[in-house]
Design a protein around this ligand. Structure first.
Ligand SMILES: Cc1ncc(COP(=O)(O)O)c(C=O)c1O
Length: 436
């Protein structure tokens, strides 16, 4: 059976936004993880999140391999906010990653997936006392402290010595959407290096009874292609951190991915090499290096399947293709104006016949998933697939308009398995408290 590769310049899709190893079958159906997406939609319904776990595994290996090739003491943390799914935590654990959690809920899932507590790092600009207690009770490896108030409360709540990293904002503006920039001085996260806040944090940890300064953390932002930004940030960080001789430097995540076939992000190896080069230049001795990728581990591993319900042509204006999901399963287009592409999953071998706007089913005019995308003869009942929805899609899903959240299906070597079931209407009322 001959298959055309979706990932390496297929004449129809030409897209690198799909999971590695995706293809178009001889019948024109898109194949992910060895599974025909039309059959997956038939079996599990739509909308549905579909992941190829093999894609996550190979990206995890790319990170670990690039670091191993440099022969340095290092660790790769899965930034689990990108896809907080127990099954994905499990895949990352099996691949030898550590994990970053940003809440008690993410900690709960990381523990449920079997992560050794020592490999868990906890973030958050406003961790509650209950979350800190939970982290101490679990015996997690490291808390990333974010404010003077937190240093005080963590010290008070800790019942033993606890390693901490101090989160710093180096004051370097990342060239990405303002909502996902986190490294500037004017940020709700961390301590600014300029102005003495970071010095105060080091002093506060030094004065504490239970907290032990293991090192520092900084994350500039997300979906970044311009690698020079990281070099500038590492230079600023090193000028402050190196004199403290940190055991650990966590230099965050942020590597951008391809959302559409035209996107050309740097490779994982380029990104790792550049960060390691900069750190090696700036630190002697070199601390243990931590990287914290989210999107670049899971973003391209996931696609979303929808069923087209209506096709509405407004002559001379545009053609709307409405699907059975929308902003409740993918908020990114509305939140950041993010661009996606789409295909009719059963006609991926046919040329686009009409330029369309793919709209969701929510009661908002802005509920648009994909703008100006060419589709091959879209009709009601067709399965539409949007690639690159593996990061911050499921993570930000909601029940807006009372829509049950979609299931998550793993497609691996030709087998499709639900790892999260679809929500039901009963789920929507399950937490109601009878006030009678
Ligand atoms: C502290 C921290 N680390 C890592 C990440 C992961 O970023 P990305 O998904 O861009 O790799 C984030 C994302 O917001 C973050 O806030």
């Amino acid at each position: 059976m001959s298959r055309t590769s979706v990932t390496t310049g297929d004449p129809v899709t030409g897209s690198s936004a799909y999971p590695l190893g995706s293809s178009v079958g001889p019948d024109g159906h898109v194949i992910v993880g060895g599974c025909d997406l039309v059959a997956v939609a038939r079996e599990f319904g739509t909308p549905a999140y579909v992941y190829a776990p093999a894609d996550i595994r190979s990206r995890a290996r790319a990170y670990l391999g690039a670091l191993r090739a440099r022969g340095i003491d290092s660790e790769v943390l899965f930034a689990s906010k990108a896809a907080p799914l127990t099954a994905i935590y499990r895949v990352c654990r099996e691949e030898g990653l550590s994990v970053d959690v940003a809440s008690g809920g993410e900690l709960h899932m990381a523990l449920a997936a079997g992560f050794e507590p020592a490999r868990i790092y906890m973030h958050g600009n406003n961790k509650s006392a209950a979350e800190l207690r939970m982290a101490f009770a679990a015996g997690i490896g490291c808390i990333v402290v974010d404010s003077l108030d937190e240093i005080e409360s963590a010290d008070w709540l800790a019942d033993r010595e606890q390693d901490v990293l101090i989160r710093l904002t180096p004051g370097v503006a990342a060239p990405t959407h303002a909502f996902v920039r986190t490294g500037e001085i004017d940020s709700k996260f961390g301590f600014a290096i300029d102005g003495g806040q970071a010095d105060e944090a080091v002093a506060a940890v030094g004065r504490s009874r239970n907290l032990r300064l293991a090192g520092f953390h900084a994350h500039l932002g997300s979906q970044i292609y311009e690698l020079d930004t990281y070099v500038r940030a590492i230079e600023v960080l090193a000028a402050f951190c190196a004199p403290h001789e940190p055991r650990v430097m966590n230099v965050g995540g942020g590597l951008g991915i391809a959302y559409t076939s035209g996107d050309r992000p740097p490779s994982i190896a380029e990104y790792v090499d550049l960060k390691v080069d900069a750190l090696t230049r700036c630190f002697d001795p070199l601390p243990r290096i931590l990287l914290e990728p989210g999107r670049s581990l899971v973003g391209n591993a996931g696609v979303t399947l929808y069923t087209i319900g209506t096709v509405k042509e407004i002559p001379g204006v545009r053609t709307y293709v409405a699907v059975d999901g929308g902003m409740s399963d993918n908020l990114r287009p509305m939140l950041y104006g993010s661009e996606y592409e789409a295909l009719i999953a059963s006609r991926a071998d046919r040329p686009a016949s009409v330029t369309t706007t793919v709209a969701g089913k929510h009661c908002e005019s802005g509920d648009i998933l994909v703008r100006d995308v060419g589709l091959a003869e879209p009709r009601p009942g067709d399965i539409l697939v949007t690639p690159a929805t593996g990061a911050y899609g499921y993570a930000m899903a909601s029940n807006y308009n009372g829509i049950p959240r979609p299931p998550v299906v793993f497609c691996d070597r030709g087998r499709a398995t639900a790892v999260v079931r679809r929500e039901t209407y009963a789920d929507l009322t399950a937490r109601d408290v009878d006030d009678g």
